[in-house]
Design a protein around this ligand. Structure first.
Ligand SMILES: Cc1ncc(C[n+]2csc(CCOP(=O)(O)OP(=O)(O)O)c2C)c(N)n1
Ligand SMILES: [Mg+2]
Length: 585
């Protein structure tokens, strides 16, 4: 069990006697926490009660624990600060595991509090005892189970430090009930200053610049690290000064606006643009800035190594060499690295005017329209591709969209253009169905003035339906757009492609309905029953009108979009970037 060690220094603040539960809340307040998401239960009540008595933190009850951790995650993706969720022991704590896993994968800072049985009852099979630390150890950055009131104080300060230290991640604090109730003399501490981030040496920067100059067709690949490091401005400056074409990973969306002339597209086995993959495949040098070389981004590493050398810059040394062996791997903060690389290239006399890849980028930009995917169809049923493209046109540039997992999400990865950092919230590593609604709740609370949409499939909303009530209960103006194809569509695609169209357990339709051509759950009635207004649409004109009504005021709203059940999605057949079937129907 990770036990806390004190890493903060005491200041001159005076000590006060209070319960350890209250001390935990005081520390959260000190860190600027003003809201939490959770569901109380007997084993965590002292902390909830301290929140109530002190009155400085708003507690938002949700309808399933996983929504609490997803909301904390969404909050953190917008603010850059840890979101906080709080649940009880046993099944409530194990319900957090999926959310913690996704946050660790995507390096999102959050802090989860769980209740636990009294210390003396640990390992005795008491009611709702779960081995929470063991359950979550491999899906958190750290886990604490304090066995004294003083250790709770250490744990909360250390959890905050660990969650926010780059690479960030989720931390869980498991609080035995009796320990929460212990009275302690509490003295607030000054949080320890954040450690300096890893920095490239001058030699590394120079070697990177020299490799770029020696390449014939270098391309810059931006990953999610650019977003997490708030380095989009530095990234754009590098691109604009040098004329190097930029391709983005799925997590890197927003690093440069999609309508920027030097944005060459997105790579991926499914969430790509054709040009992005084409440029990536044409490059003889890939400079990966803040990405992981995830399999769904780059396809098969051996294909990449056949045509390109690699420079890989990532703050997390564990990412270097994990998927792809780089000729030059640098563990560094991209925000520091980018301007230094830019200066090194400019110093070598290379700018946008004379850079040889400039022509390449411009020719790609010119071809953008030519090879762009089709978004208008004259078909009997509305195509999901068209609906997603329409949604993009309707929304503000800085609207936030969250996704779950499925073929609808892949269509969004292909058709939903992103213009600003921290507006495209996706469960990149985990691909979690049921995630997007919770993430949208956290995001909307972090940016109340923004349009926030959870765009997802009918299977995915099925995993989060109860938390439509959370939108209604707390009046959170998230608009949920359900692409209803009546399938676990992505899996059906896989059955069609690889298992001879043997479609087992992927058809979600049942019963008879005259509402439209996708029988099954009536999502509008369900939403209304939970207190959220909504409407179902079946064609483009209807969808446009529904969007107008949904965004006419800041309100929770659900639009069920009944789409062509047979629409085909372009994606890779064998996991490589070279085998994508590009459908135009
Ligand atoms: C929690 C979870 N369970 C299972 C999966 C596997 N999975 C990926 S996509 C998918 C189907 C998604 O269906 P839907 O939300 O309707 O989206 P569609 O593919 O039809 O657009 C499934 C079952 C997953 N990603 N997450
Ligand atoms: Mg579906």
């Amino acid at each position: 069990m990770a036990q806390a060690t004190t890493t903060t220094s005491a200041d001159s603040a005076t000590s006060t006697t209070m319960s350890a539960a209250e001390a935990a809340v005081v520390i959260l307040e000190q860190m600027g926490v003003d809201r939490i998401w959770g569901i109380p239960g007997a084993a965590i009540l002292p902390v909830f009660d301290a929140i109530h008595r002190r009155g400085n933190i708003d507690s938002y009850v949700v309808r399933h624990e996983q929504t609490a951790v997803f909301a904390a995650d969404g909050w953190a993706r917008i603010t850059g600060q840890p979101g906080v969720c709080m649940v009880t022991s046993g099944p409530a704590s194990t319900n957090l595991a999926t959310g913690l896993y996704g946050a660790l994968f995507d390096r999102i800072p959050l802090i989860a509090f769980t209740g636990q049985v009294n210390v003396a009852l640990l390992n005795h099979g008491a009611f709702q005892e779960a081995p929470t630390p063991d359950v979550v150890r491999s899906v958190t950055k750290a886990v604490f189970q304090p066995h004294s009131g003083e250790e709770i104080v250490d744990a909360v300060y250390n959890a905050w430090r660990i969650a926010t230290e780059v690479p960030m991640g989720p931390v869980l604090i498991d609080l035995p009930l009796d320990v929460q109730l212990q009275n302690i003399d509490f003295t607030p501490r000054q949080p320890a200053p954040a450690p300096a981030l890893a920095r490239a040496t001058d030699d590394e920067v120079n070697r990177a610049a020299d490799m770029i100059l020696a390449a014939e067709r270098p391309a810059i690949l931006a990953g999610g690290g650019i977003i997490l490091a708030d380095a989009a401005d530095e990234f754009r400056a590098l691109i604009e000064t040098t004329g190097l074409p930029a391709v983005l990973t799925y997590m890197g969306r927003g690093a440069i606006p999609a309508d920027h002339p030097l944005y060459a597209g997105a790579i991926g086995t499914s969430c790509n643009t054709p040009l992005g993959n084409e440029l990536f495949n044409a490059a003889d040098l890939i400079v990966n800035l803040g990405g992981r070389f995830a399999d769904r981004s780059v396809g098969l590493p051996k294909d990449l190594k056949e045509h390109a050398k690699v420079i890989h810059v990532n703050i997390n040394p564990e990412m270097l060499g994990l998927m792809v062996d780089a000729e030059l791997g640098i563990a560094a903060d991209v925000k520091d690295f980018l301007p230094r690389l830019q200066a090194a290239l400019v110093q070598r006399g290379k700018t946008i005017d004379d850079y040889k890849t400039c022509d390449l980028a411009v020719s790609f930009a010119a071809r953008k329209v030519e090879v762009d995917r089709r978004t208008e169809f004259d078909s009997e049923f509305l195509k999901p591709q068209q609906a997603i493209a329409m949604l993009r046109t309707f929304l503000d540039r800085d609207a936030i969209v969250t996704h779950d997992c499925g073929v609808s999400q892949m269509w969004s990865g292909q058709f939903f253009e992103i213009y600003e950092p921290r507006t495209y919230l996706v469960t990149g590593g985990a691909g979690t169905m049921g995630w997007g609604l919770g993430a949208a709740i956290g995001a909307k609370m972090a940016r109340p003035e923004a349009q926030v949409v959870n765009l997802l499939g009918d299977g995915s909303i099925g995993m989060a339906l109860a938390d439509l009530a959370t939108l209604a209960h707390h009046d959170i103006g998230v608009v949920v757009c359900v692409i209803n194809n009546g399938w676990l569509g992505l899996i059906r695609h896989a059955q069609d492609g690889k298992f001879g169209e043997r479609r087992i357990s992927t058809d979600l339709t049942y019963g008879d309905t005259d509402r439209h051509h996708v029988p099954g759950i009536d999502f509008v009635k369900t939403a209304e029953g939970l207190g959220v207004a909504g409407e179902a649409v079946t064609d483009a004109a209807g969808f446009d009108a529904a969007l107008e009504r949904a965004f006419a005021k800041d309100q929770p709203y659900l639009i069920e979009i009944a789409v062509d059940r047979d629409a085909k999605c372009s994606m890779s057949g064998d996991g490589s970037l070279n085998s994508i079937n590009y459908y135009t129907e």
